[in-house]
Design a protein around this ligand. Sequence first.
Ligand SMILES: [Zn+2]
Length: 345
Amino acid sequence: MRNALGLMLMSVVAATLIAAGGWFWTSSSRHSSAPQAIAAAQAAPAPLPAPAKPAASRDGSDVTGSISDKPRALPGIPAAQPKPACANPDALGVSRVVEIDTTGGPGFGFEHFKQLDFLGDHEVVLTFDDGPWPGNTPAVLKALADECTKAVFFAIGKHATYHPEILKQVAAAGHTVGTHTWSHANLNSKKLNEQTVKDEIEKGNSAVKFALGTAPTPFFRFPELQHNPAAMAYLGTRNIAMFSCDLDSFDFRAKNAEQIITTVMTKLEKQGKGIILMHDFQKHTAEAMPELLHRLKAGGYKVVFMKAKAPMQTLADYDDALIKDLKLPVAGTRPISTVVQTVSQ
Ligand SMILES: [Zn+2]
């Protein structure tokens, strides 16, 4: 029955494609396949099977148009079956996406903010701090992509300027990118005055914007979860949501990946749900991710993905100052050939 239907649909698709002057499915690019599929549906007058889930809602893993391996399949003709939402049938996935209105700077994470209890039983939010960092952040990204799931990343401004290409990968994979100050300063420290606290926050915001090439999400996490009351009031005026956590993995002091997995799973069993704090900066965290995500799935936990209603508005003064700062160490812009000449070989 399924095969007969498939063949029928295949014929319809083939006929309409020929009628439309020929259109070929190119599934090599993960980003271009969805718009092409939509373009084809619009171009073809005959009804095409609607995908079970819109391709746009799928997650970062590679999903290619499945070309039928039946001998009757014509080369270059797409299979009639809808594209799967995720290449991994046993993936953890994303069970729910929530959009946050950050007006007034709402707070999340029961360790410090108890007003907004939006997670249901067995719902978790994955969050990662202190990146982007070579090796570890890409490994975390791969683990998340393999499980077709999404997370929130709180990037350190300095790290973002060191490795903008890695932070761009985080955003390109569809994760939320929030901020975590410029230099990971403890904003509750008595050594910092109000202005330096503001500078840490805003320079961090501008640095992440600079690295991404687009505004970050107005989500902020205080380094070391040190909540400075004046800074919290300030973030409120900036309409930036504040994130504590429900469940700290303490991955930064874990001896190995297994310890992180045990900590998270034990706390989850006790608490039943929560925003999980981890660090994509940490090697053991990156190592723990594939197994931890498996365990979450096996334990019946569901990932809720948090995004914001509107992007962060960075402050122009800080955007400009950052660009000036970053250019300071560059002595000049002369082409290398005018500076370095081989005179003897
Ligand atoms: Zn941190």
